[in-house]
Design a protein around this ligand. Sequence first.
Ligand SMILES: *Cc1c(COP(=O)(O)O)cnc(C)c1O
Length: 407
Amino acid sequence: MLHEHLTQKLDAIAQQHLTRVLRTAESPTSPHQIVRSTNGVGQQRLMFCSNDYLGLASHPRIAEALAEGAQIWAGGSGASHLISGHTLAHERLEDRLSSWFAPHIPQARVLSFSTGYMANLAVTSALGDSEAEFFSDELNHASLIDGMRLAKAPVQRYGHANVAELRKLLASSTAKIKLIVSDTIFSMDGDMGPLPELLQLAQEHDAWLVLDDAHGFGVLGERGRGALEHFDLSSERIILVGTLGKAAGLSGAFVAAHERVIAYLMQAARTYIFTTASLPAVCHALLASLDLLEGEVGQQRRRHLLALQRQLRKGLGDLLDRNAHLGWQLAPSSTPVQPLIVGSNDATMVLSSALEAAGLRVPGIRPPTVPVGQARLRITLCATHTASDIDRLLDAVEAAVQRMEGA
Ligand SMILES: *Cc1c(COP(=O)(O)O)cnc(C)c1O
């Protein structure tokens, strides 16, 4: 019975052309990666889809630090943090990040998590008690949405980046604890949330500001400390979640907040308490990653990323001008997430397939992940891309457009 039930559901997904396909990589994360194709053969692909924005996942120092960490700490942590899994490696990572965020969050402390998904569940489900209320941007990441569903607090959704609507909602709220929740860089649009305005509203309405800096950490700010450094924000009202699986090139996550908030999360966050602490070897390697990220390597790579962004936007902008009748649009993004909004699901998937046939992997994103009529290519850039990689992408899009016109 269960199998029949599931077959029906799988068929329904397939009929809407929404089946997601798993692809196996046969070489390490990199812009040039061997990916197994449907006929079972590994093929070199030019990738525009990973979140390894600084290219640190394949940096030799990271592999070396991981090996070193494994020599020192061997395998697993053996238990959750509060039982016996918390090691010196976790403590050093947390202390290091605490010092990074001290200028932005008075009396900052940091708690480490195994993934960003779990860190977001921790913050939302623990702080969103029955006396609280959430104010959530409609384009927030799935992990924040899931966490708010788990929480007791009701959720008021506001239109994307709509500060005026948020202000009205806050003004009419009688909740004792008000929690504004927003991504810093929105994952499917690449735009930045209006963080200074959100913080201003938090101050005016005695609210707290939960920020998910998954795509900003390592990418934004002179030293890569993320959105708080970029906007030069400082407030004890900020509760920042960052992931270490994207620009930091490894895995893990953290929450940075005033020490009172962290003390409570340790006691109440179920995704902190009831899960095995992450590998200490990974925490050891993360310290090396943070060195790279804030130092000369990170600074040079962030500059290169900006140059790639400019090159891509110029090239796609020209291409869209020449083909204005297509009605495609380049999203107004100043980050490594550069969506090309095509509109229809079909055209998006035809374009993505044409690029795949030319040896490039650029995922098409369709509803319900994005609004109906706004299907898009989600192009992500990494500092390990070269100018000629971008040229190849531009040429392949041009060729695909001509073939689609001819068809
Ligand atoms: C990737 C992502 C997460 C989840 O982080 P993981 O460490 O991959 O679990 C959370 N929020 C946003 C906005 C993300 O893009």
